[in-house]
Design a protein around this ligand. Structure first.
Ligand code: HEM
Length: 129
């Protein structure tokens, strides 16, 4: 009995063969983008706080935003915002019954969200640089 049980147990996890469904990736990214924006609130409020009290502070803030790394961070925040907003609208359309609750529709709208995010993210990059 013991022998048979042992043989049926998985030997290892084939990590390279595991593929997440597109809907799972969409869900994980929605959470990740939500957390990124939560952290972003702190960063953005800090830059706003730097820019407001004095003209010198304002110049400091504009100089900061001019650097590549800060622009890159802002681009990341904007991309997270775009994805989270589109994903949120997708969620609400499903919840309110405007999109049928099927796997096929889930896949189509997840892919549409990704595609739109890429387009708007490129646009955000063009606006920033
Ligand atoms: C600064 C702005 C925002 C922050 C920090 C934020 C953050 C989050 C976080 C942390 C979650 C939980 C994710 C999870 O548990 O998987 C969430 C869920 C959600 N967010 Fe946002 N969010 C923001 C803006 C928005 C906007 C603009 C929309 C819609 C247009 C939106 C729609 C949603 C929806 C529908 C959910 C629930 C998703 C679900 O049921 O799994 N959020 N948000």
């Amino acid at each position: 009995m013991g022998k048979k049980l042992k043989k049926q147990r998985p030997v290892n996890l084939h990590l390279q063969n595991i593929r997440f469904p597109v809907t799972a990736i969409a869900s994980i990214l929605h959470r990740v983008s939500g957390i990124i924006m939560f952290v972003a609130i702190g960063i953005l409020l800090w830059v706003l706080g730097l820019s407001l009290p004095s003209p010198e502070g304002f110049l400091q803030a504009t100089a900061l935003i001019d650097s590549f790394i800060v622009k890159f961070i802002f681009w990341g925040i904007l991309t997270a915002l775009v994805y989270h907003t589109l994903g949120g609208i997708r969620h609400m359309l499903i919840d309110f019954g405007y999109l049928e609750e099927t796997l096929a529709m889930g896949k189509i709208t997840a892919n549409a969200t990704f595609l739109l995010t890429v387009v708007l993210s490129i646009l955000a990059g063009v606006l920033l640089w």
